[in-house]
Design a protein around this ligand. Structure first.
Ligand code: NAG
Ligand code: NAG
Ligand code: NAG
Length: 320
């Protein structure tokens, strides 16, 4: 069989052999060299931090597993160059001038487990930006002062994600539907954002309330707006929002209770009235029945007492 599946491997190996032969390199790195101003070691780590780079380094070893380009002024991650590095596991791009990342940026980095995009100038994260990163375990994306939008599906496919930190950005809302569904997520940093504590963010606030233990700096995760909620913790506001945001649904319930209350009140009033009438009529009936003499009170009374006296007298006369 030919070596068709890896056409580039053969010349590369030749180059390595040649370099070995000439003593140019001493490590088994499958490499054509090391970028300027970077240090490449035999653990496939390429270290380019703080070198005043303004562009992504060229001439990276293809087998690079760790790439550290932090503390530079790199403005762009070129998809083509980056996606050659299909063995990349660790990528630190923190403290650069990146303004944009997209789905194609990380399109081929299926082994990437750690990604750091902190201290850049990102403004929004699009749909599926991290979609190809099936092995991503930790994502740091803090301190991007203009980052105000993360698409609701940005994390829909990062099933291995355990730690996500989006602290100190400019986020006001975050749709957590896909985050809640991530099976391995155990730590989330949200502090230092001007969160909007209103109904459109209710799910986030409730999530913080229910699973506060998952959130780093939960005490510092506070509302930025509206004014009356400023500085209050998201978890604390969560319960109130749940009650508040469903009032439109609940108003029918209130209406129902009011109607039921009215019916009971009306029924009570009517039955009290009926009872009253019945009582009055019954009383009259009773009075009429054994109170017939009552109506001619004077003579009746006299008659009764005389009768009683007479009876008494009679009895006495009888016994005597
Ligand atoms: C960012 O990098 C610059 C050098 O490019 C350095 O002076 C600065 O301290 C770094 N900032 C952080 C927060 O690491
Ligand atoms: C943060 O977002 C608000 C609007 O939500 C905007 O007015 C403000 O300029 C943003 N801040 C930065 C640093 O971009
Ligand atoms: C959040 O995103 C999901 C899926 O993307 C969507 O169905 C849902 O309506 C969104 N929720 C809010 C409050 O926008």
């Amino acid at each position: 069989m030919r070596l068709a599946p890896q056409p580039s491997a053969q010349p590369l190996r030749l180059v390595v052999l040649v370099l070995f032969a000439t003593g140019a390199i001493t490590s088994p790195v499958l490499s054509t060299g090391c970028p300027d101003r970077c240090v490449c070691d035999d653990q496939l780590v390429v270290q380019c931090a703080g070198q005043h780079l303004t562009a992504f380094p060229v001439n990276l070893p293809l087998a690079t597993r760790q790439l550290i380009i932090s503390n530079n002024r790199i403005v762009e991650l070129p998809p083509l160059a980056l996606n050659y590095l299909s063995d990349l596991v660790y990528l630190d791009c923190s403290n650069n001038s990146l303004t944009e990342v997209s789905e194609s940026t990380f399109g081929n980095l299926r082994k990437l487990a750690y990604l750091d995009l902190s201290f850049n100038t990102l403004t929004r994260i699009e749909d599926r930006t991290f979609g190809p990163l099936a092995s991503l375990v930790m994502l740091r994306m803090t301190d991007n002062p203009g980052l105000s939008e993360i698409h609701s599906d940005a994390f829909a496919e990062t099933a291995a994600l355990q730690v996500l930190d989006v602290s100190r950005n400019n986020l006001t809302v975050l749709n957590v539907t896909s985050l809640i569904a991530l099976p391995a997520l155990r730590s989330l940093g949200l502090s230092g954002n001007p969160w909007r504590c209103e109904c459109d963010n209710e799910d986030l606030c409730l999530w913080v309330h229910l699973e506060g233990f998952k959130f780093q700096d939960e005490g510092q995760t506070v509302c930025g707006s509206p004014a009356d909620a400023q500085g209050r913790r998201l978890g604390e506001v969560g319960v109130q929002l749940r009650a508040l945001c469903h009032q439109t649904l609940g108003s029918w319930d209130y209406l129902f209770f009011v109607a039921i209350g009215f019916v009971i009140f009306a029924a009570g009033t009517v039955s009290a009235w009926v009872m009253g009438v019945v009582m009055v009529l019954y009383e009259r009936y009773i009075k009429k029945k054994d109170g017939q003499p009552d109506e001619e009170e004077g003579p009746g009374d006299k008659g009764r007492s005389s009768r009683a006296r007479g009876d008494h007298g009679n009895g006495r006369s009888h016994t005597v």
